[in-house]
Design a protein around this ligand. Structure first.
Ligand code: ADP
Ligand code: MG
Length: 555
């Protein structure tokens, strides 16, 4: 108990840091139990991992809030935020895996059969390489129980706020559930605040933001489980083009739709921007590697004679990278694509009449996206939402054109149609059905010493000796998701090694099923404290595997 722990720590005071390892174990601290799962070997190693467990009764979470997965995700998100708030005075010594604007399934707080469990990482205090026992005792036997009481106890629980948090989450996901059957890619609610405070901040713009106002012709409304009714703009299936002058808010709208695959917290401004869960943003990313992707609908007849039905490169160009990312997303199950001119390769998107006259089609390996966006919808059922302020070429193939004028959207489909040529008649099918890709033996085995793959921030993973660059994967939003993907890569390496017949998409699907059945922690190699993970979408798992530079496919 607390007294024993206090005595142990006092006796360790001044001893060498390694003696901290005796702390591993379980302690009853009154309001909570403390489980110390992993002790750092020295003061500079990654922090020690511990858990605080509070009885279900003491936490007093109403059972109906935990009745479904959505309720549990929202409740544990709420508790994680409470924990972050209560831990503010311990800034720098404790890390919690803090949620940002999105409400994600994460491992920070879990509801287990024992109770409510908070997972923390703490720096055990040292001076030089010596233990500071009294300080450690203060942290573990006083600060942590205070934290548990402040964030996880019935007495301090703001039950009303918790219920509102869960209700919002359930309503958001219920709206998302309805999008596909209503033929919508996304929904942008009336009054939503889309712009962010700064390029490096995900907080809402606080001054001068123009609230979203939907055009009447695209207005839809939803009745939600709580009884709430919300209205706003429905972005229909098919091909939707967003136009408008520079700086009139096109990219901001598309970015919000991109992020709408995740639910946002109250006060974010994007609470009612919701996108089907399987919608993928696609951009150019020159320099990335590509392994065995059929980009022939877009690129064929390369001067080198390379077969683009099974295209591989270690250094893709702007257009080939965008073609590969697009095909990968579609093969991974994306039901719609989001594309912004700002991050696209111009020659991938379109070719104007003069260029078509000067360079005959048979001399040009690229068939631009403007010629493929309709077949993509008719043959594969994949919709596109596209920002194109610089060219009217997409008018010919658009089902809807939305113009932004000083951040206010208008439906200009009729005007754009009047300017457009007739769409080209459908030709022969160009998109082959997806072909399962089998990794070559050992192709996913990390190089070098076997140590667990690890995220380095949101945009990068160390996998063996390789560094996997995910900076351009824009719907990967949280470093804890990246860490989950890092573990997933290790699990995929094991899976494909044990079952060599398993194709990549089947292996990823199996892993996702396992997460559904056993929770996110199933990815973690550790027992007890799983680390701070947040759930990635299958699309981002695919994106990561597809960017692994040593990925090779079996012949
Ligand atoms: P575009 O892609 O049309 O060139 P952006 O979407 O990049 O324009 O937006 C330009 C600027 O306007 C950005 O700084 C953005 O934050 C801001 N902005 C976008 N939408 C709004 C809005 N609804 N209210 C206020 N500012 C906005
Ligand atoms: Mg833009």
């Amino acid at each position: 108990d607390a007294t024993a722990l206090r005595q142990l720590l006092t006796s360790l005071d001044g001893r060498s840091y390694g003696s901290y390892k005796q702390l591993k174990g379980s302690y009853d601290l009154g309001p909570c139990r403390l489980l110390i799962d992993h002790v750092q070997v020295d003061p500079y190693a990654p922090p020690s991992l511990m858990r605080l467990v509070v009885d279900r009764d003491a936490a007093g979470i109403p059972e109906d809030l935990l009745a479904d997965r959505r309720g549990t995700v929202a409740t544990t998100d709420f508790l994680a935020r409470a924990l972050v708030h209560a831990a503010a005075p311990l800034e720098g010594r404790l890390s919690i895996g803090a949620p940002a604007q999105e409400v994600l399934e994460r491992t920070t707080v879990a509801v287990t059969s024992h109770g409510i469990e908070a997972r923390l990482a703490a720096e055990l205090p040292a001076s030089g390489r010596r233990i500071r026992g009294r300080q450690a005792s203060h942290l573990l036997t006083e600060e942590l129980p205070r934290l548990a009481e402040a964030a996880l106890s019935h007495a301090r629980l703001d039950a009303e706020a918790l219920r509102a948090h869960v209700t919002l989450h359930r309503d958001q996901e219920a709206l998302r559930d309805q999008l596909a059957e209503r033929g919508l890619v996304a929904f942008v609610g009336e009054g939503a605040i889309l712009p962010r405070r700064a390029g490096d901040s995900d907080l809402p713009l606080s001054e001068g933001a123009v609230p979203f106002a939907s055009p009447a012709s695209l207005r839809v409304s939803f009745d939600l489980p709580s009884g709430r009714r919300v209205s706003g703009m429905g972005v229909p299936d098919g091909v939707t083009v967003i136009v408008g002058g520079g700086y009139h808010g096109k990219s901001t709208l598309l970015r919000a739709i991109e992020r709408g695959v995740y639910p946002h917290r109250e006060g974010d401004g994007r609470e009612w921007v919701l996108t089907r869960a399987d919608v993928a943003a696609v951009r150019a990313e020159d320099g990335r590697s590509v392994a065995g992707v059929d980009i022939s609908p877009f690129i064929s007849g390369l001067p080198s004679g390379t077969d683009t039905r099974r295209f591989s490169t270690t250094n893709a160009s702007g257009s080939t990278s965008q073609a590969a990312s697009l095909v990968e997303a579609v093969d991974a199950g994306a039901s719609a694509l989001l594309i912004d001119e700002d991050t696209s390769a111009t020659n991938f998107m379109l070719r104007d009449a003069r260029m078509r006259a000067l360079i005959p089609a048979e001399r040009e390996p690229i068939t631009p996206f403007v010629d493929r966006v309709r077949p993509l919808h008719t043959e594969r059922g994949v919709s596109t939402v596209l920002v194109a302020g610089g060219s009217g070429a997409f008018f010919d193939v658009a089902d809807h054109v939305i113009a932004l004028d000083e951040y206010v959207p208008r439906d200009v489909t009729a005007q754009a149609r009047a300017l457009a040529d007739a769409p080209p008649p459908p030709g022969e099918a160009v998109f082959a059905p997806p072909r399962p890709r089998h990794p070559a033996a050992g192709a996913l085995r990390p190089t070098g010493k076997r140590r667990p793959a690890a995220a380095r921030g949101r945009g990068s993973i160390r996998f063996g000796h390789e560094s996997l660059d995910l900076a351009a994967v824009s719907q990967l939003v949280d470093a804890a998701q990246t860490q989950a993907i890092a573990h997933a890569l290790d699990r995929l390496a094991e899976l494909t090694e044990h079952s060599p017949h398993l194709a990549l998409d089947a292996a990823i699907a199996a892993l996702c099923d396992r997460m559904d059945a056993e929770g996110l922690e199933t990815l973690s190699p550790h027992h007890g404290h799983p680390g701070h993970l947040a759930r990635p979408r299958p699309l981002e798992l695919h994106a990561a595997v597809n960017r692994y530079r040593r990925l090779r496919l079996a012949e």
